[in-house]
Design a protein around this ligand. Sequence first.
Ligand SMILES: Cc1ncc(COP(=O)(O)O)c(C=O)c1O
Length: 315
Amino acid sequence: MSFERTEWVWHNGQQVFWDEAKIHSSAFGLHYGTGVFEGIRAYETVEGPVIFRLREHLDRLSASAKVYGIEIPYSREQLTEAISDNISFNDFKNCYIRPIAYFDSGGLGIRAICPVSVTIIAWEWANAINAEKKARGLRVTVSPWKKFHSSMLPTTAKSTGQYLNSILAVREAAMRGYDEAIMLDVNGNLAEGAVENIFLVRNGKVLTNDEKSSILLGITRASVIEIARNLGFEVEIRALSLDDLFEADEAFLTGTAIEIAPIREVDGRIIGEGRSRPITEMIQKTFFEIVAGRSPKYRPWLHPVSSTVGVGAIA
Ligand SMILES: Cc1ncc(COP(=O)(O)O)c(C=O)c1O
């Protein structure tokens, strides 16, 4: 990951230079992790950069903000324009985009009576995970840290403080030499990766879980479900056990950062036949055709950077 080429940051209504994009040390969100955010990608196509599923990301940002009572003082059109302009200002083709809305400075009593600030940072981040590792398949471990249950924090919201759980899991996994952590829910079923959703393939069928297993409802997950069904695969959505994972013919993780990454082994147990993963590869191939703008059927998933139309109101 590199911020090196990011010159402009959008902050509270303006494109400002990187060095000017500062927040105060009394910001509420810094002390209590009260921000909501999105991770979005723009991809290069022959017609210029396009943003993948911007509408869905703005919908989720809006829903996350609502749960936490964070009133975003910008409309969906304004955010769309801000994101598009920021990509253009930085002259990015492929990039990762991080809008974040948070309680700013205004007091530190935990009722959060504070103004809301919004920042958008974009940066060039081709591979969240080493390309060679991704091609080989990830070595993952089942984390000793459980995913919190939705009765404790809203798992379908993407908020900053919630990521302490993922950070503990991923650092612990890295310390033991693994590429990623798989988190179980409080019932011992699979929840998700630290920052990805999980899919299994068994006997030609694609399996994944849903919010009942304490997951964030990933936008890549929704896309993969649709792609798999359109490719003719049955997709079953149900709670998944560790046995399901160990018995799978193929397994993969999905997320905006990692895109679609196969799992090669779980705590030393090889998934399926290790390198043969035909269904994962078909889904990956379709996904990369879509984001490269080569699949007319999925064109509505791509928002041209130059366009601000058609995303609706955020409230
Ligand atoms: C906890 C968690 N689960 C799943 C995902 C995948 O979501 P998406 O595909 O929308 O990036 C993410 C990434 O945002 C995440 O942080």
